[in-house]
Design a protein around this ligand. Structure first.
Ligand SMILES: Cc1ncc(C[n+]2csc(CCOP(=O)(O)OP(=O)(O)O)c2C)c(N)n1
Ligand SMILES: CC(=O)[C@@H](O)[C@H](O)COP(=O)(O)O
Ligand SMILES: [Mg+2]
Length: 625
């Protein structure tokens, strides 16, 4: 019987819970999270790790007056529970249901939307400055994970926060994990603070003894903290932050309510930016998640007793196909190297990492750096494959343009999760890459129709002497049209079915849909050709001119927003060459942010599923005649 949790119905209700019942509430929250996520899927391990931390924050803060910015936001489930959104978990990440991330539209206790990493300190600093400028007195907290602290924005923000002359608290939630193992120098530094028990013992011993001194104890400790003296280095950990001008408190046991509350109470008294370093266990309280936090980072629905997903996928995903192809390519080309920005498993590079550890680089959550790092490698004759999700590559636009394409360097961008990804919603849909890439000079942009062509294209990328981006969707591969496997030729599309009147020009994942569309149109008496576009940049203008001779309707199909997409390139082509007599139907994603939900439902809602496309085409073609 969930007694304490039942009493939480709205923000700040936790303040009515008696301290002796905090542990009980934490247990109830964990049980609730495991139950709901096992049903609907979602981010589990990170959320289980921050239950006490979130409870302590909610005891210190007053919502919605105070501001709490979650980095990435995948760990904000307890915050949602404590702000009156328990019921939302019945529709977690479903179409029309509650988001898995903080959303201002969902609650006024969510002050800032997140999804991409390492933004929290910048945003919190903005909130703190806004507070000061408008003479308010609210508290401002950011919660950032050790993984998110590998991202460049976090350092830009710390650099700026060091000048703050008012209070802002940065909670560093250190569970020694990103999605996979955390990597890099900062991770090593935090590890030293965590593991140096002798050092910690000394620190605790000295600090406790000094504080016990009558009358002046606390003052002496504060003096040492503020001093530039080398004795401080013996007593205070986190000197890297202190040397920058940011007060460091910690490390604190993130599952101990008393320690958390006491650290936060000290932190809010200071007139500067303060880091509270909190040690937590990712997956805490659920043995399977504790043992394998990577697996339980983001889970499909699972069986609580076994920790296994409810539906085992028998289909191969594009990520798995990439995993095999890239190793095969590296076997025969020793110049091939692979780069991941903290997503070796998500992008399918774990196998490469195991086979070729010296040619694999996980750079942390640092997409911008990943791209320029690849440019350096390419300039020295290596062949870097940079595997990044479409949504996260958005961060590296200037590095792609300025550091790679301007110098025409042979870097391969392997863009996973291109198109609708579904349940992660607005922040994660991979629907802008064609728009932000296909206008960049020197950059070739391609997409495969099926898994066989995917492998062929990756091999093409490996020998292509210039920057090239290959985009492919989340989830299962398409295995149809295997018999259409002509060699990849630069800038050439592939004719699948030649007919007349109507031509379906389908890109990547939309080829599978276009087969269905064509069948339905033919059943209605229309004649339709089908082209596998293959190359978005450059356009296959020769084929387009040929098609213009005996087709009067061009239907373009892509999983990208309309603006700047393939369809708009075709509109431009038709108007440039005065093909005004040809009607163009542009099937693409509307130019708006796309919410979370099951991909099939979203595609229906967006009108990019086969039935919706057929209906639209029939209407528009009928109107023409
Ligand atoms: C810019 C960007 N790149 C990659 C990701 C994918 N991602 C989501 S959570 C995460 C790990 C974050 O680790 P940490 O901040 O330590 O949080 P934890 O999961 O350990 O609680 C990554 C790499 C992202 N959200 N944003
Ligand atoms: C929070 C985050 O950014 C990732 O964890 C993301 O949810 C992963 O999604 P995939 O399941 O597509 O790898
Ligand atoms: Mg972490």
């Amino acid at each position: 019987m969930a007694k304490e949790l039942d009493s939480i119905e709205k923000p700040n209700d936790i303040k009515n819970i008696k301290p002796e019942n905090y542990n009980r509430l934490a247990k109830e929250i964990r049980r609730f999270l495991i139950d709901r996520v096992s049903n609907k899927g979602g981010h589990l391990a990170s959320n289980l790790g921050v239950v006490e931390l979130t409870m302590a924050l909610h005891l210190i803060l007053d919502f919605p007056k105070d501001k709490l910015v979650w980095d990435v936001g995948h760990q904000a489930y307890t915050h949602k529970i404590l702000t009156g959104r328990k019921e939302g978990f019945d529709s977690l990440r479903c179409f029309g249901g509650m988001s898995g991330f903080p959303k201002r539209v969902e609650s006024d206790s969510d002050c800032f939307d997140t999804g991409h990493s390492s933004t929290s300190i910048s945003a919190a600093l903005g909130f703190a400055k806004a507070r000061d400028l408008s003479g308010k007195d609210n508290k401002v907290f950011a919660v950032i994970g050790d993984g998110a602290l590998s991202g460049g924005m976090a350092y830009e923000a710390l650099n700026n926060a060091a000048r703050l002359k008012s209070n802002m608290v940065i909670v560093l939630n250190d569970n020694n994990m990103s999605i996979s193992e955390n990597v890099g120098g900062m991770s090593t530094y935090l590890g030293k603070i965590r593991s140096n028990t002798k050092y910690l013992g000394l620190k605790e011993g000295v600090e406790t003894t000094l504080r016990k001194l009558p009358v002046f104890g606390d003052a002496i400790v504060d003096k040492i903290r503020k001093s530039k003296d080398s004795i401080k280095r013996l007593v205070i950990p986190g000197m890297l932050f202190e040397d920058m001008g940011i007060t460091y408190i910690g490390p604190i046991d993130g599952h101990n309510m008393e320690q958390l509350l006491s650290a936060f109470r000290s932190a809010i008294k200071m007139n500067e930016a303060v880091i509270v370093h909190v040690i937590t266990k990712k997956g805490k309280g659920y043995s399977y998640a504790e043992k394998n936090p990577s697996k339980f980072h983001a889970m499909e629905p699972f069986v609580i007793k076994t920790g296994e997903t409810k539906t085992e996928s028998l289909c191969v995903s594009y990520t798995e196909a990439f995993s095999d192809s890239i190793v095969k390519i590296a076997d025969t080309n020793e110049k091939v190297v692979a780069i991941s920005a903290a997503m070796p498993s998500g992008t399918g590079l774990t196998k490469f990492m195991n086979y070729y550890p010296e040619r694999f680089f996980d750079v942390g959550i640092a997409e911008e750096h990943a791209v320029t790092f690849a440019a350096g490698l390419a300039a020295e004759g290596f062949k870097p494959f940079v595997a990044i999700y479409s949504t996260f590559l958005q961060r590296a636009y200037d590095q792609i343009l300025h550091d790679v394409c301007l110098q025409n360097l042979p870097v391969v961008f392997a863009i996973d999760r291109a198109g609708i990804v579904g349940k992660d919603g607005e922040t994660h849909q991979g629907i802008y890459d064609l728009s932000y890439l296909s206008h960049i000079p020197n950059l070739t942009v391609i997409a495969p129709k099926n898994v066989r062509e995917f492998d062929m294209m990756l091999q093409y990328c490996a020998i292509y002497n210039g920057p090239i981006a290959i985009r492919y969707p989340r989830g299962k591969v398409f295995e149809g049209l295997e018999e259409f496997n002509g060699p990849i030729e630069f800038g050439k599309s592939e004719m699948i079915y030649m007919d007349q009147d109507i031509v379906l020009l389908a890109l990547g994942s939309m080829v599978e849909v276009a087969i269905d569309v064509r069948e339905q149109l033919r059943a209605e008496g229309f004649h339709a050709s089908l082209v596998n576009v293959r190359f978005v940049s450059p356009l296959d203008e020769d084929m387009l001119h040929e098609l213009a001779k005996n087709h009067h309707v061009f239907i373009t199909l892509e999983e990208n927003v309309k603006s700047g997409g393939y369809g708009e390139k075709i509109s431009g082509f038709l108007s440039q060459y005065n093909y005004g007599r040809i009607k163009h139907i542009n099937i693409s994603i509307p130019d708006r942010f796309i919410t979370h939900g099951e991909p099939e439902l979203l595609k229906e809602e967006l009108g990019i599923d086969a039935d919706s496309i057929v209906n639209r085409c029939k209407n528009e073609i009928k109107l023409e005649h």
